[in-house]
Write a protein that binds this ligand. Structure first.
Ligand SMILES: Nc1ncnc2c1ncn2[C@@H]1O[C@H](COP(=O)(O)OP(=O)(O)O)[C@@H](O)[C@H]1O
Ligand SMILES: [Mg+2]
Length: 376
């Protein structure tokens, strides 16, 4: 474990119990604890909102909340933080039920010594980390499996549609040169235009289905991002958006298709732009790059409305859009996904509704003449 003190939040209204637990945590050991107190659930929840906490010790009987309800409320707000419940001797069963409802562990007041307390806290944190990591991997795997099967379907549909569609476009074009009445020519032009739109959608779908051939060069991801931002600088400024750019000057070059990567970055920038402008009429976009465990990472963090939890697993699905009819096709992120996957990379999103969204693109560093190894 790390040498920095473990940040503990102790939510307990009984001052005697509070002192006892703090003293036990303060005993000399290989691990130091930084303990903050709250004597009500509400104060505890506010503290969690504003501070980084690694573990919560929670008394279930508080002035403003009683029993398992206390755990449920806290867990709903901070599901990623391990909670150890403190129960009385008479209600050990409550402790067991608390664990079933998401607490990491329980301790019985009066039966705890410093050693047990510190060990419980330490294991609660370690277990929670392992759980969260597994959950992340599972979500990622579910998503890539789902998108892979969608990709196959889309590929089939696109293939079937392309030939008849080219005929429609060709025939419409020919008709406009025929000796036919002007109103019929108008109709032929309209058919051609609409068919072109369908072709555009099919082209985007094909990118999602990884059917687009890469034309890789030895490129600087920083340069591609800078170019994409330059292309959007005017609309960003008009929407009152401040862009903070932190590009790692030491970022290595890699083999990638600059045109497709730029399209992926543009889609991310435009989404953030639209969401922030719609929600607040202004905003902040932070674009960062860096090398993390030999992988190029580029993140796009906005302070827009964020993404509702229920929508989060679907944002990369083709045609998923929360925008009004005619305002979004729901293909932007699917296209990003296809482009990044084709580069053997990964794209992911994190969001706290109300606080913005962060899209992160990870790309392997590939030297010229080297084959990209997919990120695991
Ligand atoms: N930066 C963002 N902030 C909030 N929501 C976003 C953001 N980017 C994408 N989304 C959500 O993901 C959906 C899908 O995005 P996308 O695939 O680009 O399609 P579209 O932009 O056409 O709706 C959007 O409709 C929106 O709900
Ligand atoms: Mg979009």
């Amino acid at each position: 474990m790390k040498a920095e003190p473990v940040r503990v939040l102790l939510v307990e209204d009984n001052s005697g119990d509070r002192r006892l637990i703090s003293e036990m945590l303060a005993e000399v050991s290989d691990l130091a604890f930084d303990v903050k107190h709250a004597d009500r659930l509400q104060t505890g929840m506010t503290h969690l909102e504003q501070n980084a906490v690694e573990v919560v010790l929670l008394d279930l009987g508080l002035p403003d909340s009683q029993g398992l309800e206390t755990l449920r409320k806290l867990h709903a707000q901070a599901s990623g933080i391990p909670i150890v419940v403190l129960t009385g001797l008479a209600d050990e069963m409550v402790g067991v039920r608390a664990v079933n409802e998401g607490a990491q562990d329980y301790l019985i007041k009066g039966q705890v010594d410093g050693h047990l307390l510190r060990r419980t806290v330490r294991y609660a944190i370690e277990r929670k980390h392992a759980e969260e990591k597994e959950k992340r991997l599972r979500t990622q795997l579910d998503l890539s499996n789902r998108l892979a099967s969608l990709g196959l379907m889309v590929e089939g549909i696109a293939h079937e549609i392309n030939n008849p569609l080219s005929s429609v476009i060709g025939c419409a074009q020919m008709l406009t040169h025929e000796d036919i009445p002007e109103h019929a020519k108008e109709d032929a032009r309209a058919i051609g235009d609409h068919a072109q739109r369908v072709a555009e959608i099919i082209k985007n779908l094909t990118t999602f289905a990884k059917q687009q051939k890469l034309d890789p060069a030895y490129v600087s991801v920083n340069d591609i991002i800078t170019e994409a931002l330059n292309m959007r600088s005017y609309p960003l400024e008009c929407s009152g958006i401040t862009v903070v750019v932190q590009l790692d000057p030491g970022l290595p070059r890699t083999m990638a298709d600059p045109v497709l990567l730029q399209q992926a970055f543009l889609n991310l920038i435009i989404n953030a732009e639209i969401e922030m402008a719609q929600a607040h009429g202004k905003g902040n976009l932070r674009v960062q790059t860096g090398l993390v465990s030999d992988t190029i990472q580029a993140s796009f963090a906005d302070d827009g409305p964020g993404i509702a939890g229920a929508n989060l697993p679907h944002v990369f699905d083709p045609f998923f859009s929360t925008r009004g009819v005619g305002q979004g096709t729901g293909l932007g992120l699917s296209v990003c996904y296809g482009i990044i996957a084709e580069h053997s990379g990964r794209i992911s999103v994190k969001s706290q509704p109300g606080k913005g969204a962060v899209f992160t693109v990870e790309l392997p560093v590939v030297a010229p003449q080297q084959q990209a190894v997919p990120l695991t």
